[in-house]
Write a protein that binds this ligand. Structure first.
Ligand code: ATP
Ligand code: MG
Length: 351
């Protein structure tokens, strides 16, 4: 029987609650599909600070590198707000991404027909949306040097090298080949030199994918088009800061932050996590929506080559939503029964 080693990083807040439900669902589908998942837990974020005084201990990085994939919950919370900057839970995740070489963040906006009313957009605008944002994750203005601040002046630097653009563009085109064969590259080439290079390199990479349609869009226009007519998009390819903003915007058209998964890839081992944070305000109450994490687990199975199993999970979620089961965040959208975090996980596992 095939065996996959999964590093499990539950983290803080609702992290442990939602990851436990994802594991429940993974186990159910693994036994049906005839493969085995071996889990090893490591500490990250605040819970690692409490034990090791370090938000990303070496043991955690080693454990991830020795695995086939990483399943991640969420990190952070008010308990660690006063910790010095380099030791905050969030810096643990940045260090982990860097250490694993995860330069590509993939965020599909998955629309469930059963939940079109949960969107902030009109049902006719939202129904049938099928897009994914491919965001560069380890470069651009968030990491560029020099950076500086004094009382009168401050600056950051937006840098991209040809290699960095090339590798993220490839991820986007590969994603488009598996999807609907269109890439919208988002930049600000009318103002920024770094965007001019971005465009040139993306054009070059596109030559290797003649089946994929490529268009370029300025980021301000893209922000508008996303809420005006999201159906026009298939794959949105963009840099770190623009992707940060656009992927949060794309998440809101879906309905609840508790529904959206993500994959971070590019290095030796992929990392899969919900897009939301540790939600300390609702931790321990059994009301967190585990679907974003369960969908992230499904993306993990796709990545491991178990696409049929990933599809089974997505189908099961649809069935459970179609029957009217909702966690509290979605209670006002055609709910027949409001269920807890663990009940939702069990329902999806059963289905
Ligand atoms: P981070 O900085 O880690 O992204 P954040 O400050 O953006 O965190 P989140 O932790 O994502 O905040 O929470 C934002 C809001 O969404 C909170 O009110 C939280 O309760 C809610 N929320 C987040 N995740 C879920 C979930 N899975 N189910 C229900 N509500 C959620
Ligand atoms: Mg956030």
């Amino acid at each position: 029987m095939k065996n996959y080693k999964i590093a499990v990083l539950k983290g803080d807040g609702i992290g442990p609650e939602i990851v436990d439900e994802a594991i429940k669902v993974l186990d159910a589908v693994a036994s049906k599909e005839g493969f085995n998942l071996e889990y090893n837990e490591y500490l990250i974020g605040g819970s690692a600070i409490d034990v090791f005084d370090n938000p990303c201990p070496d043991e955690t990085i080693k454990g991830c590198l020795n695995s086939d994939a990483v399943l991640f919950g969420a990190i952070g919370g008010p308990k660690w707000d006063n910790v010095e900057k380099q030791k905050r839970p969030e810096s643990g995740l940045l260090k982990l991404r860097k250490s694993l070489g995860l330069f590509a963040n993939i965020r599909p906006a998955i629309i469930f027909d059963e939940l079109v009313n949960a969107s902030t957009l009109k049902p006719e605008v939202i129904k049938g949306v099928d897009l994914t944002v491919v965001r560069e994750l380890t470069g651009g203005i968030y990491f560029g040097e020099p950076r500086y601040k004094d009382d009168n002046k401050a600056y950051n630097t937006m840098i991209y090298t040809r290699d960095e653009i090339e590798r993220i563009a490839k991820v986007a085109f590969e994603e488009a080949m598996r999807r609907n064969k269109k890439v919208t590259s988002v930049d600000k080439a009318n103002v920024l030199e770094v965007s001019e290079l971005w465009r040139e390199v993306v054009e070059e990479v596109a030559k290797n994918y003649p089946e994929v349609e490529l268009e370029h869009m300025y980021v301000d226009n893209a922000a508008m088009q996303l809420v005006r007519n999201p159906k026009q998009f298939d794959v949105i390819l963009t840099g770190n800061i623009f992707g940060d903003i656009l992927s949060d915007e794309a998440s809101m058209i879906v309905g609840s932050i508790g529904l959206l998964p993500s994959a971070s890839i590019g290095g030796k081992v992929g990392l899969f996590e919900p897009i939301h944070g540790s939600a300390p305000d609702i931790a321990g109450q059994g009301i967190a929506n585990p679907i974003a994490t369960i969908l992230s687990a499904a993306m993990m199975l796709d990545y491991l080559g178990e696409k049929a199993a990933g599809d089974k999970i997505r189908d099961a979620i649809k069935q459970v939503l179609a029957k009217g089961y909702r966690t509290k965040d979605l209670a006002s959208f055609d709910a027949k029964e409001v269920v807890t975090t663990t009940e939702m996980g069990s329902l999806i596992a059963e289905h």
